[in-house]
Ligand binder design. Structure first.
Ligand code: CP
Length: 307
């Protein structure tokens, strides 16, 4: 039963619950008109303490397409946070008005604090370098729709594996499926954190290798998941400038990949995928952004208990 639950990290949902959400998302894709009024009378609040395009707009579009309404801020200085109000008091207050709250915050754990005081479901829309569970739902629905399932996949994760919360969440979620292999492609300064290595990979006996170059491994991959080097998480500009263009996926590298490999990216991209790759049918990152809206529609319906 998903009604009334929070979504703070991907493991809050069992494999069976994920399937329920994906089944509903696929049903909405097939018959959108049947769901166009299901959330009438419900209000979604978006509390974004950090910039966003996809997550905020896709949640807002999702609620509006379901017949619900939306309130919120994308700039916390326009709320009483600017006067020193705490996260807990802000969330507690908004939960008096809204039926469901989506929250992004630069501090790890902030949505969990919100969930402790909220009267309505809280969805973590990204907390610092920690987790981004609805991006994981987006990624998993994309993989299910385009690769037919989650087992027996070799997935290359490339770029900023240290700060990339989408990568941490996705690895955690995929580690529950059969015969997954991760190939971790990053500069040595941006390798996965030790806690992911211990608690996700080693604990679940997941196969993985770590390499420095895309060209060495791209031919082995079912999925290449590119990520941006995240300027906002660096402590000094010099390190960011040195590492930001470390990986650039272009048509030359794509020519080494299999015909059925797909390229995913949570977006926004900066330089890590050359624009020329966008026309390659294996580049699915904009499709992925669209799946994100459908999976958020399904999630809203489930947490509100409307199906
Ligand atoms: N993928 C993602 O979280 O994008 P935004 O930062 O634009 O929401």
């Amino acid at each position: 039963m998903l009604k009334g639950r929070n979504l703070i990290e991907p493991m809050d949902l069992s494999v069976e619950e994920l399937d329920e959400i994906f089944d509903l998302a696929e049903e909405i894709i097939k018959k959108p008109s049947e769901y166009s009024n299901i959330c009438a009378g419900n209000l979604l609040a978006t509390l974004f303490f950090e910039p966003s395009t996809r997550t905020r707009f896709s949640f807002e579009a999702a609620m509006l397409k379901l017949g619900g309404k939306v309130i919120g801020f994308s700039e916390p200085t326009s709320s009483s946070i600017a006067k020193g109000e705490s996260i807990a008091d802000t969330v507690r207050t908004v939960s008096c008005y809204a039926d469901i709250i989506v929250m992004r915050h630069p501090k790890e754990g902030a949505p969990r604090i919100g969930a402790m005081v909220s009267e309505v479901p809280i969805i973590n829309a990204g907390d610092g370098g920690h987790q981004h569970p609805t991006q994981t739902l987006t990624d998993l629905l994309t993989i299910r729709a385009l690769k037919g399932g989650f087992s027996n996949l070799t997935i290359g994760l490339c770029g900023d594996l240290k700060f990339g919360r989408t990568v941490h969440s996705l690895m955690k979620a995929l580690s529950r499926y059969e015969n997954i292999t991760f190939i971790l492609i990053s500069p040595k300064e941006l390798v996965i954190p030790d806690y992911v290595r211990k608690e996700v990979l080693n604990k679940n006996g997941v196969k993985y290798e770590e390499v420095r170059k895309i060209e060495e491994v791209i031919h082995k991959l079912d999925i290449l998941y590119m990520t941006r080097v995240q300027k906002e998480r660096f402590f000094n500009e010099e390190d960011y400038v040195r590492l930001k263009d470390h990986y650039i996926l272009d048509n030359e590298k794509m020519s080494l990949a299999r015909e059925d490999m797909i390229v995913m990216h949570p977006l926004p991209r900066v330089n890590e995928i050359a624009v020329e790759v966008d026309n390659d049918p294996r580049a699915v990152y904009f499709k992925q952004a669209k799946y994100g809206m459908y999976v958020r529609m399904a999630l809203i319906i489930k947490l509100l208990g409307l199906r």
